[in-house]
Design a protein around this ligand. Sequence first.
Ligand code: GMT
Length: 374
Amino acid sequence: MNIGIVCYPTFGGSGVVATELGKALAQKGHKVHFITYSQPVRLDFFNENLFYHQVYIPNYPLFQYRPYELALTSKMVNVVKYEKLDLLHVHYAIPHASAAYMAKQILKSEGISIPVITTLHGTDITLVGKDPSFAPVVTFSINESDGVTAVSESLRKDTYSHFKIRNGIEVIPNFIDLERFKKQKKEHFKRAICPHGEKLLVHTSNFRKVKRIEDVLYTFSKVVKEIPAKLLLVGDGPERSNLEALCRELGTCEDVSFIGKIDAVEEVLSVSDLFLMPSEKESFGLAALEAMACEVPVVSSDAGGIPEVNVHGKTGFISKIGDVEDMAKNALFVLDDDNLPSFKANALARAKEFDLSQILPLYEGYYHKIVEKV
Ligand code: GMT
């Protein structure tokens, strides 16, 4: 097939999923055209089936806000027409689904039909999307999409409860590339961070409020009172300075390292003993799945789709959002030397259920179904 993928090109989960999906489709022989405002971060190599079309937004003194959605729409029209696309697959509803709707109408007026599939990722529904500033457009563009997928059952339910949706929504869970995300031998790295054999806890995110990273720190401060441990915080974002201040308040600075954004997160995960994900909202929790693929158990909240990934009592534990007492108790249980090996093995076994090779055919099957329908 000749497929157009529209996504955010940055480090966020939805952009990563869209880029990895496009790469995998290209490897299977499909032609994939990415349409974004900058080169997707994980698309930095040559493949004869991968193409990139940059959206330029001309500036004009009148524009206080540059009309990205219109430039994106025009680019979609252009790429569909001249690259003869069979399908447009847009990731994250805002503003990609409504831009795709407009592109479809323009193309229709020229006698060209293009099926549009929208994949919902999380905050486009549970946070930003349901804000009254966007809700009518999100509702309309989901209803007007030829196909809609959600990355978890929980997100599917949330979509039906937040908006008046007439369309069916197919759940196609996120996936993991087990070739990349696997435990690597990095003992020297572990010895440098944990010189006295401390247990290593880790959290990775975009440091937004919705991730409740303060709960990572509260949980860790309880754990470190009981056993020697260190905490690595990977990523960066708006909450960083508040978290640094909280670390000082809790007196845990010595044992906590903020290591910033890093590309090779699998190297950090390879030496970690436990992943903490106390999020307020999380449609899926791709970061937890990445940890599990590297044999790292997960102690998490019960937000959104996390329980569809992290199996309570097997791959880690699930607590009510904000219950740091329970998270610390669970962390100590998992980190116990008698328990850790089985949690690690279960985490890997569970991650294998989300292997790219299992999920890719679900997308291909769905593409064919929608193309035949339109
Ligand atoms: O919250 C993030 O980490 C970024 C956000 C995004 O849209 O890029 O992630 C969402 O999509 C990911 C990929 O489908 C999911 O794994 C995350 O759970 C989801 N985040 C939220 O729902 C808060």
